[in-house]
Design a protein around this ligand. Structure first.
Ligand SMILES: C[S@@+](CC[C@H](N)C(=O)[O-])C[C@H]1O[C@@H](n2cnc3c(N)ncnc32)[C@H](O)[C@@H]1O
Length: 248
């Protein structure tokens, strides 16, 4: 495995309707620990000169004590019962931005990963947050670049002239859409592959979801391995991969 490119479930954002899913832990530390453990399990399979591109978004601690607003269009956004971020006892002042991405990044660092970059992924056409009247709306997410060792494969030309701020808009149409509600854009994966995966190398996505990482890897002549807990997503990815290869 040459590089890991992934976007795990964010903390209390969606229900992927499968037992054992990450993202619905009772505590912040529980979430952080699950992710750190997952990446520790992956490490032995990663090449000595391998890297990890980890996309993570943040969550607010609302503590408002009642279930999150219903979203009828997106079943996956309806969460069972009271979210840990709506209930009492998370240990933060009410309305706090939790700082999830950095908590995870620092815990990964403490676990031995070399943190090489905190890339800001700017999404100018991000969904507005009109109910948030007392703060700026969110327009960016993090993509942390980790390496297993201090020396590793990195192709700077793949950055396409940008540095640690990437302007990449969400895809309007995605193979991962429809069944799955949090696909990241193909050009985001393209850039990670271009910079982090040598030609003919292998990409791993341990939270592969709708399969974006695998579709892009295949198009770019890289092998890929995807891990997904929800079996219905796996079937869909297999079908899409077959279609994609037949079309060429
Ligand atoms: C944010 S989505 C990934 C979206 C993906 N990047 C795409 O473009 O389609 C996260 C995925 O992780 C899966 N997942 C959650 N917990 C998991 C676990 N413990 N092991 C493997 N997959 C898990 C969810 O079912 C979901 O499909």
């Amino acid at each position: 495995m040459n590089t890991v490119i992934t976007s795990p479930p964010y903390y209390w954002q969606r229900d992927y309707e499968v037992n054992g899913q990450f993202g619905l832990e009772a505590t912040i530390d529980g979430f952080v620990e699950n992710l750190v453990e997952a990446f520790a399990a992956i490490k032995p399979a990663l090449a000595q000169d391998g890297t990890v591109f980890l996309n993570l978004g943040d969550t607010y601690y609302s503590a408002k004590g009642k279930p999150h607003g219903q979203d009828n269009k997106h079943r996956s956004r309806r969460l069972p019962g009271l979210r840990a971020v709506d209930g009492p006892g998370l240990g933060l002042p009410r309305k706090s931005l939790i700082g999830i991405p950095w908590r995870v990044a620092l815990a990964m660092q403490a676990d031995g990963w070399t943190l090489r970059s905190s890339i800001i992924w700017v999404r100018n056409s991000a969904i507005p947050e009109p109910t948030s009247k007392d703060r700026p709306w969110r327009k960016y997410e993090h993509i942390f670049l980790f390496s297993k060792h201090p020396r590793y494969f990195f192709n700077r030309e793949g950055l396409g002239g940008e540095e640690d701020v990437w302007f990449i808009e969400p895809d309007r149409k995605s193979l991962a859409r429809g069944t799955h509600y949090a696909p990241y854009p193909r050009s985001l994966v393209e850039r990670c592959i271009e910079t982090g995966c040598p030609e003919g190398g292998t990409v791993l996505d341990p939270f592969v979801g709708g399969g974006t990482t695998m579709y892009v890897a295949e198009e770019m002549g890289r092998s890929s391995v995807g891990v997904e807990l929800n079996p219905s997503f796996c079937g869909l990815i297999a079908d899409n991969m077959t279609k994609q290869t037949q079309e060429r």
